[in-house]
Design a protein around this ligand. Structure first.
Ligand SMILES: [Zn+2]
Ligand SMILES: [Zn+2]
Ligand SMILES: [Zn+2]
Length: 171
C-alpha cells in the first residue's frame, strides 16, 4: 500500500467521524430546546427587580420569554420589547415551580413525566422536589421510581420532573 492510498483512507475515516459527531450534536439539539437548561436553573417567584413592577400586584418573576431566554414578571413581558415573543408561564404547586403540560408539550415532549393536577389543569414539575430522607436503595419492589433520581412515582410514569427526563436522556 502506497503512502498516498494510506493517507486517503485516513482522510476518509476522519470525514466519517466528523460527520457522526455533527449528526450526534444535531440530534441532541433537536431533541430538547437549547434554552431548557437555563429555564431549569432559573429561580422564579422572586420580586421583579424593576421597582415599579414590584409595587404592582403580581410583580413577581413567573414568565420565561423563550425568544429572549429571560425570566420576567408579567409587566416586563407586556412591554413592546417582547411583543410577539413566545412565553412560558411558570406556576406554583406545593411550593415548587411547575408548567402546564399543554404549554410545555408544544416546546418539548413531556411524555412519561409525572403529571399533577392544579386547578383542573395538568402540570409537571420543572425540578425534582427536595427529598428529606436519602434516596431509597435499589430494592426489588415493583413500584415505579424516577429513572434519574429514584423518587417514588405513581402510575406508569418514568420521571418525576422535566429536569430528570432531560438529564437521564443526556447520559
Ligand atoms: Zn417586571
Ligand atoms: Zn422577549
Ligand atoms: Zn426524578
Amino acid at each position: 500500500m502506497s503512502f498516498e492510498v494510506f493517507f486517503r483512507i485516513l482522510l476518509g475515516i476522519k470525514t466519517v467521524i466528523l460527520l457522526q459527531v455533527r449528526l450526534g450534536l444535531k440530534q441532541t439539539s433537536n431533541k430538547y430546546p437549547e434554552w431548557l437548561d437555563l429555564l431549569l436553573q432559573s429561580k422564579f417567584f422572586m420580586p421583579c427587580l424593576n421597582l415599579k413592577h414590584e409595587e404592582l400586584r403580581r410583580g413577581e418573576i413567573n414568565v420565561f420569554c423563550i425568544d429572549c431566554k429571560a425570566c420576567l414578571c408579567q409587566h416586563c413581558f407586556a412591554t413592546p420589547m417582547h411583543s410577539g415573543h413566545k412565553q412560558l408561564q411558570i406556576r406554583r404547586y406545593m411550593y415548587r415551580d411547575v408548567v402546564k403540560i399543554d404549554d410545555m408539550q408544544k416546546l418539548m415532549n413531556c411524555s412519561h413525566v409525572m403529571p399533577y393536577t392544579l386547578n383542573s389543569a395538568k402540570v409537571v414539575l420543572l425540578n425534582p422536589r427536595p427529598q428529606a430522607t436519602k434516596p431509597p436503595t435499589k430494592s426489588n419492589e415493583t413500584g415505579p421510581n424516577c429513572m434519574r433520581c429514584e423518587r417514588m412515582l405513581v402510575g406508569l410514569n418514568r420521571y418525576c420532573s422535566i429536569s430528570c427526563k432531560v438529564k437521564h436522556n443526556q447520559i
